[in-house]
Design a protein around this ligand. Structure first.
Ligand code: PMP
Length: 282
C-alpha cells in the first residue's frame, strides 16, 4: 500500500524509523482509527477533532491544520484506490531523538497513516457475543487516545482466551468501558453509559449513539453502572468504529435476559446503519 508519512506519499516499504523513536520507546504519541464505507470516511470530523484534542493534551504541536489533514487523508484513499470498506490508521508521535524521558528540544513529530481493507463482521454484529469483566488497570487519562495500550492488549487477550469478544473494564466494580469499545446497558427502556469523563475514551460512535437516542426518544443516561448491575440489565451492547453497535448476549458466562440481542440495541444498530448509509447486518 501507499502510505502517508508527514506530507508525502510513499510505498510502505520506504517508511523507516530510527531506533530512537519516541512512539516505539515511550509510547509517546497518539492515534486514531477512522472507518471508510464505500470509499467515504464516516465520522471524519469527530475523529480529527479527537486527534487534535489528544495531541494538545500531550503537548505535541500538530504539523497540519485540520483542513490540510482532511485533504491528505482524502488523497490517501485515492492513491490506494480505496472504493470499498476500509479502516484508516493514523498515528503521531513526539518524534525521533536521543532517548531521554523529558521532551527533546526542537524535535519534529512523526506522522503516518495507512488505509486497509476492512469488512464488517456481520454475524457478530447481528447475533452479538459474549463479554467478560476485567479490572481496569489503565491510567486516569483514557480520554487521550494514547499509543500506550498494554492494559488494553492484556485485557483483550484474556477475553479471547475465555472465548469472549470483549473485556469489560471496571474500576472497583464501576464499569468504565471495553478494552477497545464503549459499553452500555439498557434497563426499563433507558440507555446507561459511563459519563464522558477523563477516565474513558470519548468514542465517536458513542457521540452518535447519544444523538440516535435523542432522535428515537430513548433516554440516554450518562451514569456509570456497576458490574453487579449487569445481571439486572434488559440488554447490553458495545460500540466502536470497527464493531459499530454490537449486541452483548452473555456477561461472565451468564445470559443477559434471553441471551439474544435486545430491541433497543437493534434500534440503535439500525440507526447507525442508516446514518452510515450501509445495509443492515442481517
Ligand atoms: N474505548 C476504547 C478504549 C477504544 O479503544 C475505542 C476504539 N477506538 C473506543 C472506546 C470506541 O471509540 P470509537 O467509537 O471512536 O471508535
Amino acid at each position: 500500500p501507499i502510505i502517508l508519512s508527514d506530507k508525502e506519499f510513499l510505498n510502505h516499504e520506504e517508511l523507516h524509523y530510527p531506533f530512537e523513536e519516541r512512539g516505539l520507546q515511550f509510547g509517546d504519541g497518539v492515534y486514531e482509527v477512522i472507518r471508510v464505507y464505500d470509499g467515504n470516511y464516516y465520522l471524519m470530523e469527530e475523529h480529527i477533532d479527537r486527534l487534535f484534542r489528544s495531541v494538545e493534551a500531550i503537548k505535541i504541536t500538530m504539523p497540519y491544520s485540520k483542513e490540510e489533514l482532511k485533504g491528505l487523508l482524502q488523497q490517501l484513499l485515492e492513491k490506494n484506490q480505496v472504493d470499498l470498506d476500509a479502516k484508516v490508521y493514523l498515528q503521531i508521535t513526539r518524534g525521533s531523538a536521543a532517548r531521554d524521558h523529558a521532551f527533546p528540544v526542537d524535535v519534529k513529530p512523526n506522522f503516518y497513516a495507512y488505509a486497509q481493507e476492512f469488512s464488517r463482521n456481520l454475524p457478530a454484529m447481528w447475533n452479538g457475543g459474549s463479554v467478560m469483566s476485567h479490572p481496569d488497570h489503565r491510567w486516569d487519562w483514557c480520554y487521550i487516545k494514547s499509543l500506550n495500550l498494554l492494559p488494553n492488549v492484556l485485557a483483550k487477550q484474556e477475553a479471547k482466551e475465555n472465548g469472549c469478544m470483549e473485556a469489560i473494564l471496571h474500576k472497583d466494580g464501576v464499569v468504565t468501558e471495553g478494552s477497545s469499545s464503549n459499553a452500555y446497558l439498557v434497563r426499563d427502556g433507558k440507555v446507561y453509559t459511563h459519563p464522558a469523563k477523563k477516565n474513558i475514551l470519548h468514542g465517536c460512535v458513542r457521540m452518535r449513539v447519544e444523538q440516535f437516542c435523542d432522535d428515537l426518544g430513548i433516554p440516554f443516561v450518562e451514569e456509570a453502572f456497576r458490574v453487579d448491575d449487569i445481571q439486572h440489565a434488559d440488554e447490553m451492547f458495545i460500540t466502536s468504529s470497527t464493531t459499530e453497535v454490537t449486541p452483548v448476549t452473555h456477561f461472565d458466562g451468564k445470559k443477559i435476559t434471553t441471551g439474544s440481542p435486545g430491541e433497543v440495541t437493534r434500534k440503535l444498530q439500525y440507526a447507525y446503519e442508516k446514518d452510515a448509509g450501509i445495509p443492515t447486518a442481517k
